[in-house]
Design a protein. Structure first.
Length: 303
């Protein structure tokens, strides 16, 4: 071990490379003690030596990375280089504790070659690539407006939809049909320009319904607006504003289900200039207009 393995380890570390070590633990076993050999395997381990120290008494200390204890910087393997006997004692207290208190009685350098696992991992190891997705025809991108994925059925492929605002003040969608990407000019609210994104979500009417994108923005008329899909066409909806306040800041959007089979209902959150937290949520009471109630600094209205 001292004569054969230590020189190999030193060459690795001196060259600036970590050296992989296999540690042998557990009591010695006879060659016919199959059950004992198998039991000892659980006391063996592998570590990565990245530095070493040799003191004036010729004691070697290897600083090692132990994957079973990755944040322990005191993991070491040490022995006396002046006594290259077959049973030279080895001290590895931190590692021995991880192995159940069994002393390490030997180690050897492991040959290692970098291998790319993608060939056997298949699609799970696909690499990331950059894709230039261009910009809207006739406009530059002025602001990001969110992104969602859409499924036509629960078993369909997910298709990304990315929303941006152009410097023509229109909302644009860059969407995928599963094979190709297309830009769609989604216009802007009839009486306002877009000032900020509040949130983007998808909504399902039933567990088997298509996902329908909803994009919530604020307009420079002070109102909350929604650009939403009914599955076939896109529509703008003026959702108004809190009764006693103007919208000061967008806070986000979510969908809510009362039960696993209930329709998904979007809830949109904003802060008012009265410094209250406001929410607008879809309920079964569609068309009743804006109803406001204030409770402990939170305000809600329905559409």
């Amino acid at each position: 071990m001292i004569d054969d393995e230590w020189p190999k380890i030193r060459i690795d570390i001196d060259a600036g490379k970590p050296s992989p070590l296999s540690l042998v633990g557990g009591p010695p076993r006879g060659v016919l003690d199959v059950a004992g050999i198998i039991d000892s395997l659980r006391h063996c381990h592998q570590v990565l030596a990245y530095a070493y120290e040799v003191d004036s008494a010729n004691k070697l200390t290897l600083l090692v990375y132990d994957c079973n204890d990755p944040f322990n910087d005191s993991s070491t393997v040490s022995l006396d280089l002046s006594d290259p006997a077959p049973m030279t004692p080895i001290a590895a207290p931190a590692i021995s504790n991880k192995l159940g208190g069994i002393d390490v009685r030997g180690f050897f350098r492991t040959g290692y070659t970098l291998r790319d696992p993608s060939a056997i991992a298949g699609s799970a190891a696909r690499k990331w690539d950059w894709l230039n997705m261009g910009k809207p025809v006739g406009a530059n991108i002025r602001a990001s407006m969110g992104a969602v994925t859409v499924m036509n059925t629960p078993t369909s492929s997910q298709r990304p939809h990315v929303f941006v605002e152009g410097n023509d003040f229109n909302l644009w969608c860059h969407w995928s049909d599963g094979a190709n990407w297309s830009w769609l000019n989604m216009g802007k609210p009839a009486t306002a320009n877009i000032t900020a994104l509040v949130g983007a979500v998808t909504v399902m009417d039933t567990p088997s319904s298509p996902q329908r994108a909803h994009v919530f923005v604020t307009g420079n008329d002070g109102n909350l607006w929604c650009r939403w899909s009914d599955g076939a066409n896109w529509h703008w909806l003026n959702m108004g504003k809190p009764q006693s306040a103007n919208i000061r800041a967008p806070m986000g959007a979510v969908t809510v289900m009362n039960t696993p089979t209930s329709p998904q209902r979007p809830h949109v959150f904003v802060e008012g200039n009265d410094f209250n937290f406001g929410a607008v949520g879809r309920t079964a009471r569609i068309g009743i207009g804006s109803i406001w109630a204030s409770l402990r600094g939170r305000t809600s209205w329905l559409w």
